[in-house]
Design a binder for this molecule. Structure first.
Ligand code: ZN
Length: 302
C-alpha cells in the first residue's frame, strides 16, 4: 500500500541506501565552544520534548521544532535550532533515547538559522548533514547575525531515502514555497510528515531565497498525496491532515484572488491594498523586493 502510494507519487524514486561508517564520539567528548547568546545558550532549559509516535519525538524551543527519530544504530535529527542550543539538544537526545547514542544524521528543512544554527558542531562530532541542493546554494547568500552555518555534507535534488538502524525517512523536495530548497521529511511506517515552514500561522515565502506563494499550493498538494495522519510544522504544535488541507485551500484562494487582480490590470502599488485576506485570517504587507517578486510571479501565471 505504502509502496504503491510512493510509486504513484514519486515515479522516478531512486532508492538509495547510505552507509554511515562514522564512528561518532560521545557527547562528553565535544568541545564547549559555545556561541554565547542570551537566552539561547546550553544552559537554556527551554527545550521541551513531546512524543509524536513510538520512536519519534518533537523537541520545541530554541527557535523552532526539531524531530528526534530513534533507530537501532544511532539517532536522526530533523532541524538543529538556533546557535547555542547544541548541548541542550544532545541532553534531550540522551534523555529521550536512554542512551549516549550519537546523532548520526541531521536533516535541515531550509537554510535559515533556526534550522542550521548548530551545523558546525554537529559536523565536528561526525554527524552527516543532509539538505536539498538549493538549500546549500541559499546558504551562500545568507549571513545571519551570528556565524554563517556550515554547509550540508550530502545534498539531493528531488528525493532521498535514508535508512538507518531499521528505520526509514524519505526526504522530498516538491518545488519552491518557503524557499527554493525546502525539504519535507516523511516517516512512512509512522505515517508522520515533517513539513518545516511549509505550514505556519501565515505562509511566509522568503522571496529572496526563491520562495513562492504561487507554487506553495502545488507543493502542499504533493505532500497531501502521502499517507500520513500527523503533520509536524517547523514551529508550533502538531496538526492533522485536515488542517494541512485547510491551509492549502486558503493559499489557493489567496493566489487565485491575487492572480485575478493582476489579470484585471491592478498595478503593483495597489495590489496589497486590494487583496482581500482578512477572511483568511492573514495579513500581508509585502513591499520593495518582496512585492516585486510576488507581482512578477502572479504575472507569470496569467
Ligand atoms: Zn525556515
Amino acid at each position: 500500500m505504502l509502496r504503491k502510494t510512493l510509486r504513484k507519487t514519486l515515479p522516478a524514486y531512486i532508492w538509495c541506501v547510505i552507509v554511515l561508517l562514522t564512528i561518532a564520539k560521545s557527547s562528553s567528548a565535544q568541545n564547549h565552544e559555545e556561541n554565547e547568546r542570551p537566552g539561547k545558550g546550553a544552559g537554556d532549559s527551554a527545550l521541551t520534548p513531546e512524543l509524536v509516535k513510538t520512536g519519534l519525538y518533537v523537541i520545541s524551543g530554541g527557535g523552532g521544532n526539531s524531530l528526534l527519530r530513534l533507530s537501532g544504530n544511532g539517532l536522526i535529527l530533523v532541524d538543529g535550532k538556533l546557535p547555542g542550543n547544541y548541548e541542550a539538544i544532545l541532553a534531550q537526545a540522551a534523555k529521550l533515547s536512554f542512551s549516549d547514542q550519537p546523532i548520526r544524521v541531521l536533516i535541515t528543512t531550509d537554510h535559515q538559522e533556526n534550522h542550521t544554527g548548530n551545523n558546525a558542531q554537529f559536523l565536528a562530532a561526525g554527524t552527516q548533514i543532509i539538505a536539498h541542493e538549493n538549500e546549500k546554494l541559499n546558504q551562500t547568500n545568507y549571513h545571519p547575525s551570528g556565524e554563517d552555518a556550515a554547509p550540508p555534507t550530502i545534498t539531493y535534488d528531488h528525493d532521498y531515502t535514508l535508512r538507518l538502524g531499521g528505520v526509514e525517512a524519505h526526504l522530498m523536495h516538491f518545488g519552491n514555497a518557503r524557499t527554493s530548497g525546502d525539504t519535507v521529511v516523511y516517516f512512512p511506517n509512522l505515517r508522520v510528515v515533517a513539513v518545516g515552514d511549509l505550514f505556519a500561522p501565515t505562509p511566509n515565502p522568503d522571496f529572496s531565497a526563491g520562495g513562492s506563494l504561487v507554487d506553495w499550493g502545488p507543493v502542499l498538494a504533493e505532500i497531501l498525496k502521502l499517507d500520513f495522519d500527523v503533520v509536524v510544522p517547523g514551529t508550533g504544535p502538531m496538526v492533522d491532515r485536515a488542517e494541512l488541507e485547510t491551509f492549502k485551500t486558503k493559499i489557493d484562494t489567496l493566489v487565485s484572488r491575487a492572480t485575478g487582480l493582476v489579470k484585471k490590470g491592478v498595478p503593483k502599488n495597489r495590489l496589497m491594498a486590494q487583496l482581500k485576506t482578512d477572511d483568511l485570517g492573514w495579513r500581508f504587507s509585502f513591499t520593495g523586493g518582496q512585492l516585486d517578486r510576488f507581482y512578477a510571479e502572479l504575472s507569470r501565471t496569467k
